[in-house]
Every structure is written in structure tokens, then in C-alpha cells.
Design a protein around this ligand. Structure first.
Ligand SMILES: Cc1cc2nc3c(=O)[nH]c(=O)nc-3n(C[C@H](O)[C@H](O)[C@H](O)COP(=O)(O)OP(=O)(O)OC[C@H]3O[C@@H](n4cnc5c(N)ncnc54)[C@H](O)[C@@H]3O)c2cc1C
Length: 368
């Protein structure tokens, strides 16, 4: 029922506006409010905070898959609900939960996470942003980059160094976008994901009240690592949904398109390519369903999540690439959605941990 309801919501409130949002380079805030009204945001939040209290990861999986299945890359409830909200829900104080979570459920407060810096992406130990303890507040300075939901975002979960001597002594802070010293850079021009607002963030002498520290000081690295298994699993679900979308676009096209007097779908090459992709998408789906079932049993396997992210990123890129090829020249034209999937897909091998970092994690589990 949740899946059908969310699918219907996307068909009504998202799909008809995708071209408009792509032109604008951003999605309107109202789409988060509408999603909130319908109970689609942060469904895992407890009822006393206004959530549905659903402790079943399948609900979050459905959101990510359905976003992928309709080719949406700007409106990101999966980032908001599954990747970012848990930093506050799992590690934040009651004060932070009560102050921010109810508004993240209604969509009044859109979430963004700011870890990456110009000189530190994969290697978070290289972060330079720092927050100095000034008694009743922290003073935050630093530059962040490639921050998703950066313009829509009302709060940023910012990672900053709190002990200059120790590279892993990071802390996480809730920073509001309208605080003095917080400056949002331009909406970065990207290869794909055109309706997603991705920005640079400048933090100059930002005074952070002590109570906006998430959890304990210097523990940010552990909190970040803690969230990564679910972050990668949700990316894998999104990738697989997106691969399904690319597959269906191509299937419709090859049935319609005639070459040498016959539908393109009659060619053995077309059938074999599509058969290979179908088999890989079905395998990926089964693997994700298994990891989600394990997550629901309390087994948060970060290696399995890394494997899923690695393989589904490749799957999505391959499905988009084969799709463009089977479309011929049309596949290179902006008006054909497969061309957009091709450029949108490329990021999946880079963000939320690159494919090389996924391989490092998997390799460590083999050889350690
Ligand atoms: C569209 C977009 C949205 C994003 N959204 C966010 C966001 O919301 N918040 C946020 O904090 N960040 C975000 N990011 C940042 C993203 O997570 C980083 O770009 C990513 O983690 C890679 O970091 P980097 O760009 O610094 O590349 P680097 O870390 O500099 O990597 C460069 C290359 O080196 C390789 N490499 C690095 N280390 C190793 C190693 N140990 N062994 C082998 N190879 C290695 C990488 O795999 C890559 O191929 C986003 C990025 C993009 C492009």
C-alpha cells in the first residue's frame, strides 16, 4: 500500500514537473511539504516526534526505488529521510530531536549534509573545517563543496575538526542555513542531476550553540561510519530502481523502432542485451531485498552494503549505456530521457563513497 501510494504521489506531484525543475536547476520546497503531508518523509521517526514509528527498512527502500523508477534525481526524500535524519535521530540529544525532527517530517525543514571539502572527499581524515570550543559556543570555520540540497536545505549537518592534533577527532553539528557566517555559493553546473541543487558552502566564524553538537565531541567520525551502511544500501536501492527505469525506456523504444523492416526488438543482439540486463537487475533486486531483510533483523552489514552499492552503480551505468546504444542517435538527444539517465547515472560510481572505496572496504573484509 505504501509503495502504491508513493508511486501515485510521484506520478502526480513529481513526474509532470521534471522538465520544469531541470530547467530551474532546483526543485520547489513545496514538493517536500506535499511529501510530508502524505507521511512519506522520515517514516522511521517515533510517533511522539510526529513520525509513523515504522521500524521496517523496506519503507525507506521503497522510497529510494520508486524515486529511481520514475527517473527523479532532484527531489531526494531518500537523502533527507534515510541518509541525513538518522544523524539526529540516532545520535542527537532530545533537544535536537524535538527541535528539528518534527519539521523534517512535515517537510518544513529540508536536510543537507556537509562533509566534503575541496581537499577532502574520500579521505575524511583530511577535513580542514574546524570548530573551536569558546565556552558557551563553538566557532566554526571552513569551506564545504558538492553539497546536495544546498539551496533548499534549511539545516546542514556539518562535519568539522574539534581537535587539531588528531585527524579522526571530528564532530558533527546542526547548522541552520540562515545563521550569521553561513554563505551558500552558486548552484554548481553539473554533467547530470540537473534539478538537484548542489553547492559550495562557506562557513565564516559561525557561532554554534553548544546544544547543536550531535552526540559527543570528537565522535563524529564514528557517527559518520555508523550511517554509511544504510546510506550505501539506500543508494543501491535507488540505483536498481533507476536501472529499471532505463531498462523500461529502452524496452519501449526497441519495440517501437523499426530497422531493416522489422522492430529493433526482433534482433538477436537487442534481445541478448536486454536479457543480460534483466538478469542483472533481478539479481541486484534479490541481493538488496536480502540485505534489507538482514537490516530489519538488526544485522547492519557494511560490507554487503558496499558490495551492493558497487555492483548496482555499475549496473545502472551499463543499463544507461546499453540503452543509449539501442536508441541510436535518438539516445544522444536531450529530448529522449535515456540520454538524461546516462548523464545522471555517472555520479553513482562517485558519491556516497567511490567505487574504489567500496572495493577497499570489500577487500579489507577478505584479507584482514
Ligand atoms: C553531485 C554530487 C553530490 C554530492 N553530494 C554530497 C553531499 O550532499 N554532501 C557531501 O558531503 N558530499 C557530497 N558529494 C561529495 C562526494 O561524496 C565526493 O565527491 C566523493 O566522496 C569523492 O570525493 P572527492 O570528490 O574528493 O574525490 P577523491 O577522494 O579526491 O577521489 C579521486 C579519485 O581517487 C580515488 N581514490 C581516493 N582514495 C583512494 C584510495 N584509498 N584507493 C584508491 N583510490 C582512491 C577515488 O576513487 C577517485 O577515483 C557529492 C558529490 C557530487 C559530485
Amino acid at each position: 500500500m505504501f509503495q502504491e501510494a508513493f508511486r501515485a504521489f510521484l506520478q502526480k506531484e513529481v513526474v509532470p514537473f521534471q522538465d520544469e525543475w531541470r530547467e530551474a536547476g532546483i526543485v520547489p520546497r513545496e514538493v517536500y511539504l506535499k511529501a510530508g503531508e502524505n507521511g512519506f518523509l522520515v517514516p522511521q521517526a517515533p510517533e511522539y516526534l510526529g513520525g509513523l514509528g515504522i521500524n521496517d527498512f523496506r519503507f525507506q527502500q521503497i522510497v529510494a526505488e520508486e524515486i529511481g523508477r520514475c527517473g527523479e534525481t532532484g527531489f531526494m526524500p531518500q537523502l533527507h529521510s534515510t541518509i541525513i535524519a538518522p544523524y539526529i535521530l540516532n545520535h542527537g540529544s532530545d533537544y535536537l530531536k524535538e527541535k528539528y525532527i518534527p519539521k523534517t517530517i512535515t517537510g518544513e525543514c529540508i536536510l543537507s549534509v556537509a562533509m566534503t571539502e575541496p581537499d577532502a572527499g574520500s579521505d575524511l581524515a583530511g577535513l580542514r573545517s574546524n570548530a573551536v570550543d569558546k565556552g558557551d559556543h563553538y566557532l566554526l570555520n571552513g569551506n564545504k563543496t558538492y553539497i546536495s540540497n544546498g539551496i533548499c536545505g534549511d539545516i546542514y549537518i556539518v562535519a568539522a575538526r574539534t581537535n587539531p592534533e588528531q585527524p579522526r577527532a571530528l564532530s558533527l553539528f546542526v547548522v541552520e542555513s540562515d545563521w550569521q557566517g553561513v554563505r551558500v555559493g552558486a548552484n554548481l553546473k553539473k554533467m547530470g542531476m540537473k534539478s538537484q541543487d548542489t553547492i559550495e558552502l562557506f562557513l565564516d566564524n559561525v557561532k554554534i550553540p553548544k546544544e547543536n553538537l550531535i552526540g559527543k565531541e570528537h565522535q563524529g567520525f564514528n557517527y559518520l561510519m555508523d550511517g554509511l551502511a544504510e546510506e550505501r544500501l539506500i543508494c543501491a536501492a535507488w540505483n536498481t530502481g533507476s536501472a529499471e527505469y532505463a531498462f523500461n525506456l529502452t524496452k519501449d523504444f526497441v519495440i517501437d523502432r523499426k530497422v531493416f523492416g522489422k522492430p529493433l526488438s526482433y534482433m538477436q543482439n537487442t534481445q541478448f542485451k536486454m536479457a543480460e540486463l534483466r538478469a542483472r537487475i533481478d539479481m541486484a533486486q534479490a541481493f538488496i531485498d536480502t540485505i534489507v531483510a538482514n537490516t530489519n533483523r538488526g544485522d547492519n552489514d557494511s560490507v554487503a552494503a558496499s558490495e551492493a552499492k558497487l555492483l548496482t552503480s555499475e549496473l545502472l551505468c551499463d543499463t544507461a549505456d546499453e540503452g543509449v546504444q539501442l536508441h541510436g542517435g535518438a539516445g544522444y538527444m536531450d529530448e529522449y530521457p535515456i540520454s538524461r539517465v546516462f548523464t545522471d547515472a555517472r555520479i553513482t560510481r562517485i558519491f556516497a563513497g567511490t567505487s574504489e572505496i567500496m572495493k577497499l572496504i570489500i577487500a579489507r573484509s577478505i584479507f584482514e
